[in-house]
Design a binder for this molecule. Structure first.
Ligand code: FES
Length: 103
């Protein structure tokens, strides 16, 4: 695993997400205010772009069919099914958002 530099914090407005490609994977970075979180950008339902969803609390609502995905665990909260999307550690270091992913 390696920390990858992604973007500056001001590029992701509060309570919004942005899609980025890191290590060949399309992920969604969200600004939750006190921290940034990173998940697979493809909704586990039918691949909807989670970065374009509405953020409510620590969840994002998929823009296609409104599944709710927990941005901390990747769990699907609504409908309540045992499916999970990938989450990745994220941090701000030296003024840049970094995400930990395989090299
Ligand atoms: S693709 Fe996300 S809810 Fe259907």
């Amino acid at each position: 695993m390696k920390w990858h530099k992604v973007t500056y914090p001001h590029n992701i407005p509060l309570r919004e997400g942005r899609a980025v490609t890191v290590a060949g994977e399309e992920i969604a970075i969200f600004n939750l205010g006190e921290e940034f979180v990173a998940v697979d950008n493809r909704c586990p339902h039918q691949g909807g772009p989670l970065a374009d969803g509405i953020v409510t609390g620590e969840k994002v609502v998929c823009p296609l069919h409104s599944w709710r995905v927990c941005l901390r665990t990747g769990s699907i909260l609504k409908p309540a099914i045992p499916v999970r999307t990938s989450v990745y550690p994220a941090r701000v270091k030296d003024g840049i958002i970094e995400v930990q992913m395989p090299s």
